[in-house]
Design a binder for this molecule. Structure first.
Ligand SMILES: Nc1ncnc2c1ncn2[C@@H]1O[C@H](COP(=O)(O)OP(=O)(O)OP(=O)(O)O)[C@@H](O)[C@H]1O
Length: 302
């Protein structure tokens, strides 16, 4: 276990009666990483979050967050270095953004002078005086993020933070996270929107029935799981026929109205491309479809 990593878990277990919700989890997340945690409903994600936040005690294992063992005498002070955006943050509709953050700053014993810069950072300065009930879903989430950033945390836990946000708001949300990562903040995020995480996380873990069944970058998981990929070609029927003959038994071919789709094992990828190379100038287009995070997820967690 890397003692200095902002998040370091070893052998973490939690049962509720006969149900083992978290079953021997080892996890290390280095400083400045955006780490995704995905898994089916009931996989244990929220329980693991609650354990890392010190809200639910683990039955066994070691849990270190922000340089401190969770639940140790120093833990209370370490909590100030941690930010948390729960899936459903309760906001008081009649308070405006400044009043909301003032309230949370008091709870967190954070400096109130942070409030205005934080509102500017999440793009809410202009709306800061309006009651929260007039806010859109995206504005509420940005206020939630500002709340999580009070106290300048080193580690940020975000539980489905982009749920219900439109594409523009999602993009802005991740731009904000990028800025935080560049400052060394470690972010751990859960989401059921796998396409969104695929493009953004540095690494991720797939949790199934309380166990981590795969862990790494999307590319590492692709290589480890060795799922087939697809090379799609478009061109004249005679050229597509020649392509199918050229790849031979390196790939299985499927033709639709628009093109030819060659499914091949990862180890055959370069061989397939080499065999297609002589036809390159005659093809209208070629695309390589790597397994998506969703494919990887179903490859290990289904
Ligand atoms: N306080 C509790 N008492 C009893 N069982 C619980 C408790 N909290 C969680 N569980 C059970 O532990 C398992 C893991 O739940 P958890 O909420 O951690 O899953 P999750 O991955 O966050 O699911 P979701 O994606 O639906 O939010 C589930 O079977 C759940 O019913």
């Amino acid at each position: 276990m890397t003692a200095r990593a902002p998040i370091a878990l070893q052998g973490v277990r939690k049962a509720f009666g006969p149900l083992v919700a978290v079953d021997g989890v080892d996890l290390t997340v280095p400083r400045g990483e955006l780490f995704g945690l995905i898994g089916h409903n009931g996989a244990g994600k929220s329980t693991l979050f609650r354990i890392m936040l010190g809200l639910t005690p683990a039955d066994a294992g070691e849990v270190q967050v922000a340089g401190c063992a969770v639940g140790s005498p120093a833990w209370q002070a370490a909590r100030a270095r941690i930010g948390y955006l729960p899936e459903q943050l309760a906001l008081y509709d009649n308070l405006n953004a400044v009043e909301t953050l003032t309230f949370f700053a008091q709870l967190k014993r954070a400096d109130a002078s942070q409030i205005e810069p934080l509102l500017a950072r999440v793009g809410l300065s202009a709306a800061a005086g309006r009651p929260v009930r007039t806010y859109s879903k995206g504005m509420r989430q940005r206020l939630g993020l500002a709340q999580a950033l009070l106290g300048t945390p080193q580690v940020l836990f975000l539980d489905e933070p982009t749920n219900g946000l439109d594409p523009q708001a999602i993009r802005e949300f991740y731009e904000l996270l990028d800025g935080l990562r560049r400052q060394g903040v470690t972010v751990i995020i859960t989401s059921h929107i796998l396409a969104e995480l695929q493009q953004r996380v540095d690494r991720l873990a797939i949790l199934a029935s309380g166990r981590i069944v795969a862990q790494g970058s999307v590319q590492e998981l692709r290589e480890a799981l060795a799922l087939p990929l697809t090379v799609s070609l478009w061109g004249e029927p005679s050229v597509l026929a020649a392509a199918q003959t050229a790849v031979g038994d390196c790939a299985t071919a499927q033709q639709d109205g628009a093109g030819l789709h060659l499914r091949c094992e990862r180890v055959h990828k370069m061989e397939v491309l080499a065999r297609l190379a002589p036809l390159a100038s005659q093809l209208a287009d070629l695309q390589i479809h790597e397994p998506s995070l969703e494919d990887l997820y179903f490859g290990v967690a289904a």
